[in-house]
Ligand binder design. Structure first.
Ligand code: C2E
Ligand code: MG
Ligand code: MG
Length: 750
């Protein structure tokens, strides 16, 4: 035995003998170097490649072989690692008419020399038949082991293409609206797939559309000359698809399921072998599709409520377990909302089960749109529904419950009867009310029971303190709505629920009045003055802020107009605008109208907005900011420093002013740590050419420090408190007179 492991008699001319063996070998042999260059080949390979032997030496083997998407380097490394080549027929010789081959390879080393020996055998007819039988067996195995329909059909197409390299395959499904849906087409170009996916089928729509519509095989031997291809001709021809043979896939009872098609790269009819392939594949596809539908149906029965189509208790429990596990890790709240329809039993007993069922379906239909992706609305059975809301806290849950109650209580007509459905809701929130699903369900159920006892058609939280807050919120929302209605209807003075107060902002050096900020005040008949810090966020949440801020804008600009007419020296006005308000596109128009109606120049108006607004990516918000800037209105960032850490928005948006938040100014003269922060904000303002306003200035020491740091404008009790319009007029004429009168040269310092 020699070093390569071959046993040869020493007296034999081993080199010549081995060459002769290779020359006579029936299979095609080629030796390549590491980069894939053919360094040796036998006549068998020349025959297979239909190329003279001499012309093969020095050519890259990967140029002759389709490696099924693998690159040569991977093949080389794989062979070195003793990896077997991909299965039979996955590779093909690239001739004018490619044929499938069976491939083996072997990595050879002799001293420093390393070579790859590739052995290829072409298929004959018998082998092709065997390949089809193997394909059937493999596909059935995939179906049986529960692979997805997409995986099965993709595999099927690839196997067919390996057996018949001259074709590309596709499987289409026919959806409920009679449109084509591409289920698998691994070798067809993505752009072509996109152009046919969703296209309505019809008797003259390409080959697949026609086959599905007519229920018979359709051959388009020359796509370029076939009028049925008109809608897709450009796409198909551009991608080198010249002919197509499509066969309908029918299920039990001849139900149309889809189509199986072979595409060719040149105009031609189908070959006899293709007919055998298609016969087998159409059957396999029908089997795989029906198996998939049966599985989906079983899933639907196991996890969904048949009457309403909502998830059932089992699916709810599964999702809850997953959501709670995640929430435990991320410390996010999860709300469980238990909903029970009020007096459902009476409806069922007195009006019959059919009406009861209609009511349940209607409730499900109404509720579904209120929830977002990630939420689960389930029906437990009877008249009980449960919503699982990951990421939803008590405050948000309370809002949502209100919407649920409002949406349910719209009257509904069933069998000539008008019903007004109501429900009682109980809410438990993870982690405060429980960690696991069972506990949360129990608490939510108990809370729901209390809601029933308290008179139905309401929502109760499991925890009493949250309940009280929720009740107060609900009352306040109703009161706010009522107050706005009355205000907009024009109530007589003295009874007006809302009023504006104005607080001066002063230039620190030289001291003079800069402008006044309008601040809303709400007096409730029972609760007295309610702080805007409480009702403004509530108005934002419950969608009332548009109306509130519109009223403020109209009233404040109107007041400035009256002051101007009466010669009251108010140099400018600042109005707060909620970020929520910007999402609606009509703000610039409203501002323009208010200014024009009252004859106020745009640069006398400042809008105070919060940093939150700057972080939004909504295009409408950017447009509104630009439009306001173009009008000439000043934009000021309120409560600066409390929002987000990114300051890049200051460059991107047309902002002219920063208001240092009260919290920084509050202890400026007491806590030394605040001074560098305030100084930094002033420097940012200076660097970007922005006016800096300090709010909440209460004491002389703060005032002096701000002045020393170069802050331009101050606002706070040190100078004046917010006051009604009439009081401001008195202030301007009396206590605050010096702010107005001081000529720049010899202004009075305070
Ligand atoms: P803001 O815009 O930062 O308004 C300044 C707040 O600081 C006002 O509170 C004002 O009364 C208070 N303040 C002024 N000087 C001092 C001081 O020296 N010391 C202290 N401790 N506080 C001072 P107010 O009026 O309670 O308003 C609270 C917030 O409500 C406002 O903060 C603003 O964000 C919002 N708001 C007020 N009116 C409106 C409005 O018409 N529309 C909107 N969207 N929000 C408003
Ligand atoms: Mg403000
Ligand atoms: Mg502020």
């Amino acid at each position: 035995m020699d070093s390569a492991g071959t046993a040869l008699d020493d007296r034999l001319p081993s080199d010549r003998l081995l060459r002769a063996t290779a020359a006579q070998w029936s299979a095609a042999l080629a030796w390549t170097s590491a980069d894939g260059t053919i360094v040796g080949a036998n006549p068998g390979f020349a025959r297979l490649a239909e190329t003279p032997l001499d012309a093969l030496i020095g050519r890259p083997l990967p140029g002759l072989l389709d490696l099924g998407g693998r690159d040569w380097q991977a093949v080389w490394e794989g062979a070195r690692g003793d990896q077997r080549p991909p299965g039979t027929g996955a590779l093909r010789i690239l001739r004018r008419d490619p044929i499938p081959v069976d491939l083996h390879w072997q990595y050879l080393t002799d001293g420093d020399d390393t070579l790859l020996l590739c052995e290829m055998r072409s298929f004959d007819e018998r082998e092709r038949a065997e390949a089809v039988a193997r394909l059937q067996q493999n596909v059935l195995e995939l179906v049986a082991t529960g692979r997805s329909l997409k995986q099965v059909l993709d595999f099927l197409c690839r196997q067919v293409e390996a057996c018949a390299p001259e074709v590309a395959c596709s499987v289409m499904l026919c959806d409920d609206e009679n449109r084509m849906r591409v289920a698998a087409a691994p070798s067809l170009p993505a752009a072509y797939i996109a152009s046919i996916d969703g296209y309505p089928i019809g008797p003259d729509v390409g080959a697949c559309g026609s086959a599905m519509s007519r229920g018979v095989a359709v051959m388009s031997a020359d796509i370029a000359a076939d009028p049925r291809w008109a809608p897709f001709q450009a796409e198909t021809l551009a991608h080198g698809l010249a002919a197509c043979w499509s066969n309908p896939i029918k299920g039990r009872n001849a139900r149309m399921l889809g189509s199986f098609a072979l595409y060719y790269r040149e105009p031609r009819p189908a070959a006899p072998f293709h007919r055998r392939l298609v016969e087998a594949c159409v059957h396999l596809c029908a089997l795989a599709i029906e198996h998939d539908r049966a599985r989906a149906e079983i899933n639907r029965l196991a996890y969904f409520d048949i009457l309403t189509g909502l998830p059932n208790r089992q699916l709810l429990a599964d999702r809850a377990t997953a959501a709670l596990a995640l929430a435990g890790r991320t410390r996010q709240p999860v709300t469980v909302m238990f909903l029970d329809i009020d007096r459902f039993k009476t409806v069922n007993d007195s009006l019959g089960h059919a009406v009861g069922d209609r009511l349940l379906v209607e409730v499900a239909t109404r509720l579904k749109p209120l929830f977002i992706e990630g939420d689960t609305l389930a029906r437990l059975g009877g008249d009980e529904f449960v919503a699982l809301l990951p990421g939803c806290d008590a405050a948000h849950a309370s809002l949502l419950a209100e919407r649920v109650l409002a949406t349910l209580s719209i009257p509904l007509t069933v069998a000539d009867l008008t019903l007004t459905p109501t429900a009682s809701i109980g809410i438990a929130v993870h982690p405060d009310d429980g960690i696991d699903f069972d506990t949360l369900m129990r608490q939510a159920d108990a809370a729901m029971y209390r809601a029933k006892q308290a008179g139905r058609n309401r929502c109760h939280f499991f925890r009493r303190d949250i309940n009280e807050q929720a009740v107060r919120r609900l009352e306040m929302e109703a009161a706010l709505r009522d107050a706005l209605d009355r205000q907009e209807a024009g109530c007589t003075d003295g009874e007006a629920p809302f009023e504006l107060h104005y607080q001066p902002q002063v230039r620190l050096r030289p001291p003079c009045l800069y402008r006044v900020e309008a601040l809303i005040r709400w007096t409730h008949p029972r609760w007295g003055a309610v702080s805007p810090a409480e009702f403004v966020p509530l108005a934002e949440e419950c969608g009332l802020i548009d109306r509130l801020d519109s009223w403020v804008l109209r009233t404040a600009v109107g007041q400035l107009g009256r002051w101007r007419a009466a010669g009251v020296p108010v140099p400018g006005l600042a109005v707060n605008v909620s970020a929520v308000r910007f999402a609606r596109g009509d703000l610039p128009d409203q501002v323009r109208t208010a200014l024009a109606t009252n004859g106020i120049p745009a640069n006398d108006l400042t809008l105070e907005i919060t940093e939150r607004l700057m972080m939004t990516e909504e295009v409408g918000v950017h447009d509104a900011l630009d439009a306001l800037h173009a009008l000439g209105v000043t934009l000021s960032i309120d409560d600066f420093g409390t929002g987000y850490s990114s300051l890049s928005y200051l460059k991107r948006f047309p902002v002219a002013e920063l208001k240092i938040d009260r919290s920084f100014v509050k202890e400026l003269d007491i806590d030394a740590a605040n001074r560098p922060l305030v100084r930094a904000i002033i420097q940012i303002g200076e660097a970007l050419g922005l006016t800096v306003v300090a709010e909440g200035v209460e004491r002389e020491a703060q005032h002096r420090m701000l002045e020393a740091e170069g802050c331009a404008i101050g606002q706070g009790y040190r100078f004046a408190r917010p006051m009604p319009a009439a009081a401001l007029e008195d202030w301007l004429a009396g206590e605050g007179k010096h702010w107005v009168e001081c000529p720049e040269e010899d202004c009075i310092s305070i």
